[in-house]
Design a protein around this ligand. Structure first.
Ligand code: TRP
Length: 383
């Protein structure tokens, strides 16, 4: 996922159907296993390669293929039209991650205010030996939404794995990261899967007999509400099987004075990331949204224990998308993202609810972020 805290992890579901990348993904390496509902690629024969190259070279350039809304991703169109028509207005966060959005997300992970990425990395390196002794050597590491994960080498060098299985919705990200990891770990068998890890997946037969360690960093689980998070953790349980382990990063509840700046940085990168969604709608769905009439808002919702990202109209606006008219009055918002935060006990309960028994937990000195190791045990009968 592609997804999630990790650059491009987001991506949980986040990078699904990044339309500017679909045609590129059509040419996939033969050994990438495809699963799930990868959107049907545009016939490469219909695409002028010069246009594709220009788009890849300059992420700011609108993709000329997509200027015609008839060629846009139907799922994107459906989500945007429904999201602008519903109340409250909301558009799923997965649509953030076109090429530009993925780059901006990468920038977010390097911001001084965005403590998640560097904190999780530092926990991983500080406790690598401890984590390794609890997982044991020889496991096949299965990473959910591997993207361009910079944390993967930390885990792979710590746990002495027998194989590595990165799962990502984006074939392009998979190819790039696999090529890099093959250089770093020349003796490690790598079996990439291109697919949507939100559903149970079949693992490669090459790791059939090997014990597994799932890896799900970046607090991507926090981008789902509790029922969806439990569904996903259960799907992971099913994919990995009994006896497997899962190393998962979950961001903690902390004062809003720390949380808000992480999602509303001084340089305005997160604002640009959020507003890019409106640019993308204009580019790909023939929208006429006056982007400058919207501002990025990050709120802490204490009842729900989540950061919310919104796009707020700073004046009354009307516009059209795909030929349909919309009006938003001043002060109203489009809800674009949630990032749920968990206390240590909440996080463990979440895992248990999906059949995962926590067996180890690490944090940083300030307790900003939690890294939990859990085991797939059959749930014992009451009491
Ligand atoms: N899961 C991470 C988080 O909630 C990464 C993330 C997903 C994110 N979507 C985002 C970060 C939007 C900033 C903005 O922080």
């Amino acid at each position: 996922m592609a997804a999630v805290g990790d650059a491009r992890t987001r991506r949980v579901a986040v990078r699904e159907g990044a339309a500017t990348e679909r045609d590129v993904n059509a040419v996939t390496r033969a050994d990438i296993i495809r699963h799930g509902e990868t959107p049907a690629p545009i016939d490469p024969a219909l695409v002028d390669p010069a246009l594709v190259d220009a788009t890849l070279a300059d992420p700011m350039l609108p993709d000329p293929k997509l200027a015609d809304p008839a060629l846009a991703d139907p799922a994107f169109r459906a989500d945007v039209l429904a999201g602008l028509s519903g109340r409250p207005r909301a558009i799923p966060a997965r649509w953030f991650y076109d090429r530009r959005g993925s780059e901006l997300f990468e920038d977010i992970t390097r911001l001084p205010e965005y403590y998640l990425t560097r904190t999780e990395r530092s926990i991983l390196s500080a406790h690598a030996a401890d984590i390794a002794s609890l997982t044991g050597p020889g496991r096949a590491v299965v990473e959910f939404g591997s993207g361009s994960s910079a944390k993967t080498p930390l885990v792979l060098s710590a746990v002495a794995p027998s194989a590595y299985v990165p799962i990502d919705i984006s074939g392009q990200f998979l190819r790039d990261s696999v090529a890099e990891l093959e250089r770093q770990f020349p003796n490690l068998p790598i079996h990439p899967i291109e697919g949507d890890f939100m559903h149970r997946l079949a693992l490669p037969s090459a790791i059939e007999s090997k014990p597994r360690l799932g890896f799900f960093p970046g607090s991507t689980i926090g981008n789902m509400n509790a029922p969806a998070a439990v569904d996903l953790l259960r799907a992971m349980w099913e994919t990995l099987g009994a006896g497997s382990k899962l190393l998962i990063g979950i961001d903690r509840i902390k004062p809003a004075s720390v949380l808000i700046p992480a999602y509303d940085d001084a340089q305005g990168v997160t604002a640009e990331f959020n507003l890019n969604l409106l640019h993308r709608i204009n580019r790909e769905l023939g929208g006429t949204i006056p982007v400058s009439a919207f501002r990025h808002v990050a709120r802490w919702n204490d009842t729900e224990a989540r950061i919310e990202m919104h796009l707020e109209a700073t004046r009354d606006v009307s516009f059209s998308v795909d030929g349909r008219s919309f009006a938003i009055s001043k002060g109203k918002t489009i809800h674009t993202e949630n990032s749920y935060k968990y206390g240590p006990r909440d996080a463990r309960l979440l895992l248990r609810s999906a059949g995962w028994t926590p067996i180890g937990e690490w944090t940083d000195r300030e307790g900003l972020f939690g890294l939990i190791l859990a085991e797939a045990r059959a749930v014992p009968a009451a009491p």
